[in-house]
Each structure stands twice: as structure tokens, then as C-alpha cells.
Design a protein around this ligand. Structure first.
Ligand code: DSN
Length: 422
């Protein structure tokens, strides 16, 4: 009935050809290029369908069976399914699936456990942290007393001695353990020890690695961190959203902080997408996917190193590779833009102790979640390293970039991306 009625309505291509054309162009761009931005992925057709559903029409302030609007018969069931699946996936007592994305999820943690001007600690943005872990231009750096820690100059690994010393001195309310540009395993147990010693709430932000944690190829913070936040896209391959997980005794504080503390009605279409993604991540194939993401990143990192690229920390344990392009005499931005023209899409990024400015830094950040979702493996990673090497050696050679873009497109056509019509 609903579908039949919908078919009597003109499609998007008729009602808004401009937007329809732009979406079609984006499908082609995503399909015909190698997505290496480590925080991006391809969701399945099933996730796309759920997140593009009529659930977008419904307001549902509150939580299942305790809402402020009527008509929640379906939405309650959707949210309860999402919660049950995520709890099973990560083995947590409680999860709130309502945060609109990663930043609101993190803000909810501040609201639950901090007062304005309280000291908080997180990895500094230039060292690979996130804006919401206390960076100066973020509300989290303005409303709280942010004490950033860093990585060691010698090996660019998180400087746990510095974390401990700063924590003892400043007694932070929250210590964040989470990153956006860090290629190594996060030391949750060591952070737990420090947080316990100074009486801080330990919050693991696993946005980048949630899929690796769920897939068993990165240690889990469950049982160590008091609170765990994540986005639901990235390696987890769900729709754009956020979640906060915690032990049962913190559940009320977190739920109150998300709603009514910070947000209004949850995005129910996204909740449905999260439920579908969690079901996909519970399937045995997802473990193989997570393993392949890490294996591909290692192959890519080694192939690039053998071609003279300098790797921050010397390699990778996860889905991400951070390159210092200084030895190649090419700024990160020039390289990222040339690679983009060659169909290889990464992002320029600061490296630890970067002498250059954030908008024109020395580094390039790449990752393997999306190419692995297309089923690419070792051979394709080796090809990719060779193409990257050629582009970085001649970023202004437009003929070369066009030729590589053609070769990339041909490779991509042999590895159809999930969710994208062929
Ligand atoms: N924008 C995300 C990333 O690219 O890592 C972090 O929020």
C-alpha cells in the first residue's frame, strides 16, 4: 500500500533533477575512485535502505516506552533492536544509540561527568587526537580546562609518562583515550591505571576503530573504560551516527545527558541503519573483514615504506597509515590534491611536531576500511602503493594523473562497492 502510493509520486529525478544528478555524480565518484580516507567506508544497500526510510518522519523524544509523543509502536521496537544488537556486539551493559554523531556523543560525556571549567585531558589534535577531546577551538577546549597530552618525539607513540605526570598534577575529571590519526593499538589498560590513580572517568573514544574492536582485531576497552563513545560509520560500516556505551550504574547519567541534556528527538532512520549495521557486524564475515582491513593496511604501509615513504611510528597496527611526506619534498596538501585527481582519495593531515600549519601540513592520512569493503586485497594494495609513488613524484604531471585515474577506474570496476549501483 505504502509502496504503491509512493510509486504514484514523481521520483527525485523529476521533482529535483539537480539534486538527483548530484547524487548520481557522487555514486560515480565513490564507485570509480579509491577511497582511502580512513574515517570513510561504504555502507551496504541494506543500511542505505534503512537510513533512507520513513522513520525519518517520526519524532520520539525520550527512550523506548518512555516517550513524550504518541505513535511509537514501531520506533520503540527499532531502537530496542538496535540497542540489543550493539550490546551483544561489544559486550556492554548499556548503550545509548541516539547521539547524532561522534561529537554530540562526546559532549554527552562532558555533560554527564563535568562542570564548566573542570580539568579534562585528551590527546592533542596535532598529535592525532580529536577536536572534542579539548582542542582550543572546540567548545570542549573553551568550556573546560583542557590539558592535552602528546606523543613521544622519539617514536610518536602516546607518551604514557606524560599522561601520568599531567594527570597527577591536574586531577582531570575525564581522561580521553581515543584518536583520529594514530596508527597504533590504544593502551587502554595503562590508561585505566592512570585514571584510577587520579580518580578520573576514563572515556575511550573508539570512533575510528569500532569495527576493528567489534571484529576482534583491536583490544576492546570494555571492562577498562568507564564510558565508550563511537561513531557508527567508519570501520563499523553503519550510517552516520554516534553511540555512548557504559556500565549499568552510569546508564542514567549518560541517557539524561543525551536527552534531554543535549538533543531533541533521535534520528530514527539512523537508529534503524545502526541496527542493520550491528546485525551485519555480528555476522562471522565481519571478523574476516576487520582482519582484512588491518592486513591491507600493513601491506600498503610496507609497500610505501619500501618506496621511500616515511611512516609515522614506522608502520601500523590498525586501519590507518600516516605518512610524513617531508622526505619526498611534497607538502601533504599538494600530494592529497594530486592523488585526488588521480582517483586516489585521502586527506592531508598534520603529523606530530609538524613544522607546517594545519591547513598546509607535512602529512597525508590514508586507510583501508573502504577499499577492503570492496574486496580488495594484497595485489591491489601493491598497485595502490605504486600509483601513489608515481603521483607523489610528479604531482603536477596532469597527463600522468589522468592515466592513473583511468587505471584506478578500471580496477574499481572489478571490485564493485557495496551500496553503489553498478
Ligand atoms: N572526521 C573524522 C575523521 O576523519 O577522523 C573525525 O571525527
Amino acid at each position: 500500500m505504502t509502496a504503491a502510493r509512493a510509486h504514484h509520486e514523481p521520483p527525485l529525478s523529476q521533482t529535483d533533477p539537480e539534486i538527483a544528478r548530484l547524487i548520481a555524480e557522487e555514486e560515480i565518484r565513490e564507485g570509480d575512485t579509491l577511497r582511502l580516507i580512513p574515517s570513510e567506508n561504504y555502507v551496504s544497500r541494506a543500511v542505505l535502505e534503512a537510513s533512507g526510510s520513513v522513520l525519518t518522519n517520526k519524532y520520539s523524544e525520550g527512550y523506548a516506552r518512555k516517550r513524550y509523543y504518541e505513535g511509537q509502536q514501531v520506533v520503540d521496537a527499532v531502537e530496542e533492536l538496535a540497542i540489543a544488537r550493539v550490546k551483544q556486539l561489544f559486550g556492554v551493559d548499556h548503550v545509548n544509540v541516539q547521539p547524532y554523531s561522534g561529537s554530540p556523543a562526546n559532549l554527552a560525556v562532558y555533560l554527564a561527568f563535568c562542570q564548566p571549567h573542570d580539568p579534562i585531558m585528551g590527546l592533542g589534535l596535532p598529535a592525532g587526537g580529536h577536536l572534542t577531546h579539548g582542542h582550543g577551538v572546540s567548545i570542549t577546549g573553551k568550556y573546560f580546562k583542557s590539558v592535552p597530552y602528546g606523543v613521544r618525539e622519539s617514536d610518536h607513540r602516546i607518551d604514557l609518562d606524560q599522561v601520568r605526570a599531567l594527570a597527577r598534577e591536574h586531577k582531570p575529571k575525564i581522561i580521553w583515550c581515543g584518536t583520529t590519526a594514530y596508527p597504533r593499538t590504544l593502551p587502554f589498560a595503562e590508561f585505566r591505571e592512570i585514571a584510577t590513580e587520579v580518580g578520573a572517568t576514563l572515556c575511550a573514544d573508539i570512533a575510528h576503530i569500532a569495527g576493528l574492536v567489534a571484529g576482534g582485531v583491536h583490544p576492546s576497552p570494555v571492562g577498562l573504560a568507564d564510558v565508550i563513545t563511537t561513531t557508527t560509520h567508519k570501520t563499523l560500516r553503519g550510517p552516520r551516527g554516534g553511540m555512548v556505551m557504559c556500565r549499568a550504574e552510569l546508564a542514567k547519567d549518560i541517557d539524561r545527558a543525551v536527552f534531554p541534556g543535549l538533543q531533541g528527538g533521535p534520528h530514527n532512520h539512523t537508529t534503524a541503519g545502526i541496527a542493520v549495521a550491528a546485525k551485519e557486524a555480528l555476522a562471522p564475515e565481519f571478523k574476516a573483514y576487520a582482519r582484512a582491513v588491518v592486513d591491507n593496511a600493513k601491506v600498503l604501509a610496507e609497500a610505501l615504506a619500501s618506496r621511500g615513504f616515511r611512516l609515522i611510528t614506522g608502520g601500523t597496527d590498525n586501519h590507518l597509515v600516516l605518512l610524513d611526506l617531508t622526505p619526498k619534498n611534497v607538502p601533504g596538501k599538494v600530494a592529497a590534491k594530486a592523488l585526488d585527481r588521480a582517483g586516489i582519495v585521502g586527506n592531508y593531515n598534520s603529523i606530530p611536531f609538524d613544522p607546517r600549519k594545519p591547513f598546509d601540513p607535512s602529512g597525508l592520512r590514508i586507510g583501508t576500511p573502504a577499499v577492503t569493503s570492496r574486496g580488495m586485497g594484497k595485489d591491489e594494495m601493491l598497485k595502490l602503493a605504486a600509483w601513489m609513488d608515481q603521483v607523489v613524484a610528479a604531482p603536477e604531471d596532469e597527463a600522468l594523473l589522468a592515466r592513473i585515474a583511468g587505471e584506478v577506474k578500471e580496477l574499481c570496476r572489478s571490485f564493485p562497492a557495496p551500496g553503489i549501483p553498478v
